[in-house]
Design a binder for this molecule. Structure first.
Ligand code: 6R9
Length: 649
């Protein structure tokens, strides 16, 4: 069994680690037995304009739900990422920018970043952005994106970053839901040598959505393509505004519970929801987890390959590292451009010590073979991290052996957009590693497993993963829909936060995340609701009904398998399949591209009309012999027909 394989804490790592095994046990116990004392102490790791006197004030009581941390403290997130480092490390690099083109890179110091952020904060004010306003950021992975996020934080505006790979439709929906009147974008993005028409997409989004009420679109020049459309009176040029902006801008004093940002993520039902994070608890938690989980020491070069469009980019490229005065590498490109040695090349070029990436990227490199690391040594690496989906033991071993030269611990970090920071992961100097296991909870985090009725399960077992009490980085609400927040996370199992994931706990008490137990897909580490893809499909005029399930995919982890029932009289064809794939890409974005479409004259439903996805998942995975109980099917012949036609698909 792979379970039995253990990589004990390495003495060389433990020697210099921030936390040893004994310290971990002691600190963990203290953190759950006396959270007020623990977090009262660690809350001081960031700078407060007015120190907090209260620490934890939360209850998961369903009728009385309330989550507050450091509630009377006053601070500013951008001041914590910038101003407080100026005296000691103003001239140290804050951000290493590595361009899509391997010949392009530059270092930005804390002082330079501070100046740019202050200027852009003044630009935002000049354009009418006020404290509490929502600013949509639809950008490539460039320094200006970090500047825009921090400038929002500086003046108390709430940033809502939308992944640059999303379609105009998806951008429009997020602008409307967030009632956002301001957009920051770029003329074009550059990824893998290809231009991404960001500004054109924003225009299409605003045209498409009559409810969008955007006053101002600030456009950064990235490629300088002068064919980019321009709407006078609405569109303004970043470089022009920055040229005359003042570099003096006092950070806005924010209450600990004032919003810092929102970020849309997919759930099992309905449209993506705006996960809202507040300022104090988030900053304490993001910075503390960044330091301890990656065993970050001053001067280490740290590279997280995520995108700012995901929560990992927020907490572990920007806020966590910068609050810690770290050197954070910002990569514009993709791991296989110009070729698959890029990741190793970037590590060597910038002497990266800590690398944090996703299983899907590792599997893609693995498929290339170990030769993709030829010509690189990766000698500088000390700690490796993984995030986004369960890492299969084969990929873990490859990551360890080939990328890390068998000398770097791998921290498999389990967390969610909702959790703000890492909840379960092995601290490199403290916890033995097991390939495929996220192992132990971070300080203050109390994971538990429950059965479907919500009964707590003890010992080595498998169940639904819940968290029993609040931690500082937890989301506070769904933007504009607090009721949905309570329903989504606290109604399934009363008195507990439900993660939507399943997990196993072994004899040692280590956690193994098994994946989502709800209707959320995880495709290459990106969350997608089956409901989202289905509603995109049924919006097509030839589709009567659609059901979407995930199936095991070698590189992506999960692929998207779609069953489509066409409206009467429409003939199925390969052309129509292609058309539907294009349609979904247009509605949501390329990450939602169906991998397989199967025509389904009928879908398996219960007598009450509910689609039996469990059966569809089995058919998609080619496990026809394990359909389980089919006695509640309204029409069992539908299943035989789907199995029969699957072979010919
Ligand atoms: C940070 C992030 C969250 C979902 C989560 C789970 C899956 C993330 C994982 C993992 C197993 C890990 N997930 N990390 N599963 N092991 N180390 O990814 O946030 O985009 O909200 O996704 O991703 O299913 O529930 P988000």
């Amino acid at each position: 069994m792979t379970d039995k394989k253990v990589y004990p804490v390495q003495p060389d790592i433990a020697k210099n680690a921030l936390v040893t095994a004994e310290q971990y046990e002691h600190m963990y116990r203290q953190s759950v037995e006396n959270p007020n004392e623990f977090w009262g102490e660690h809350g001081k790791r960031i700078d407060w304009i007015k120190p907090f006197t209260k620490v934890k004030n939360s209850t998961y009581d369903y009728n009385n739900l309330s989550i507050k941390w450091f509630e009377d403290g006053v601070l500013n997130a951008s001041a914590n990422c910038l101003d407080r480092h100026l005296a000691d490390r103003g001239d140290q690099t804050a951000i290493i920018f590595e361009g899509d083109d391997p010949s392009v890179s530059r270092n930005v110091t804390y002082r330079e970043l501070h100046e740019e952020v202050c200027k852009f904060a003044n630009v935002l004010k000049e354009q009418g952005v006020k404290k509490g306003d929502v600013v949509t950021i639809y950008m490539p992975m460039i320094v200006e994106t970090a500047v825009a996020m921090l400038a929002c934080a500086r003046i108390g505006a709430i940033h809502s970053v939308v992944f640059g790979g999303f379609s105009p439709e998806a951008v429009a929906a997020r602008i409307v839901n967030g009632k956002s009147r301001f957009v920051v974008t770029a003329d074009e993005g550059l990824r893998g040598g290809r231009a991404i028409p960001l500004k054109k997409n924003v225009d299409a989004a605003l045209k498409h959505e009559s409810e969008a009420n955007v006053d101002c679109v600030i456009v950064v020049k990235r490629t300088g393509n002068d064919q980019v459309p321009w709407t006078e009176g609405r569109d303004v040029c970043y470089e022009d505004l920055m040229a005359h902006a003042s570099a003096e801008c006092d950070p806005e004093p924010m209450n600990a519970e004032d919003p810092l940002f929102m970020l849309y993520t997919s759930g099992s039902t309905g449209a993506p929801k705006g996960v809202l994070h507040t300022t104090g608890g988030y900053m304490v938690y993001a910075s503390m987890t960044h330091q301890y989980v990656f065993d970050y020491h001053d001067g280490d070069v740290y590279w997280c390959t995520a995108d700012f469009g995901w929560v990992t980019g927020h907490s572990y490229i920007l806020y966590g590292p910068l609050a810690n005065g770290a050197i954070t590498l910002l990569f514009e490109g993709v791991p296989n451009y110009p070729d698959s040695s890029r990741m190793g090349q970037v590590v060597d070029k910038h002497k990266v010590n800590i690398l944090y990436t996703a299983p899907t990227a590792i599997r893609a490199l693995m498929a290339e073979g170990a030769s993709c690391m030829d010509g690189t040594t990766r000698d500088s690496l000390r700690v490796l991290g993984s995030v986004g989906e369960p890492i299969n033991p084969e990929a873990w071993e490859w990551y360890h052996r080939v990328i890390g030269n068998s000398k770097c611990p791998i921290v498999d970090t389990w967390w969610q957009t909702e959790t703000g920071g890492i909840l379960i992961a092995p601290l490199p100097g403290a916890v033995d590693l097991k390939p495929g296991s996220a192992t132990r909870p971070f300080f203050g985090v109390q994971p538990a497993l429950v059965d479907n009725e919500g009964n707590l399960l003890e010992g080595a077992t498998e169940g639904n993963l819940v968290i029993l009490d609040s931690w500082p980085g937890q989301m506070r609400t769904i933007f504009g829909d607090h009721e949905r927040f309570i329903q989504t996370y606290f109604s399934t199992y009363k008195g507990m936060y439900f993660t939507g994931d399943g997990a196993r706990r072994d004899e040692d008490g280590d956690y193994w995340i098994t994946g989502r137990v709800d209707d959320v897909l995880n495709v290459s580490g990106h969350r997608l609701g089956t409901a989202e893809v289905e509603s995109a499909l049924v919006a097509h005029d030839k589709v009567a009904e659609a059901a979407v399930v995930g199936y095991p995919h070698e590189i992506k982890g999960q692929g998207i398998y779609v069953y489509v029932t066409l409206i009467q009289g429409v003939e199925p064809s390969d052309e129509l399949k292609k058309e539907l794939v294009q349609w979904v890409r247009k509605e949501i974005g390329p990450i939602a591209s169906p991998d397989v479409i199967q025509w389904a004259p009928g879908l398996p439903k219960t007598r009450s009309g509910k689609i039996m996805r469990r059966i569809l998942r089995k058919i998609a995975a080619n496990e026809h012999d394990q359909l389980g109980d089919t006695s509640t099917l309204a029409d069992p012949s539908v299943v035989d027909e789907l199995i029969g036609s699957r072979a010919s698909n």
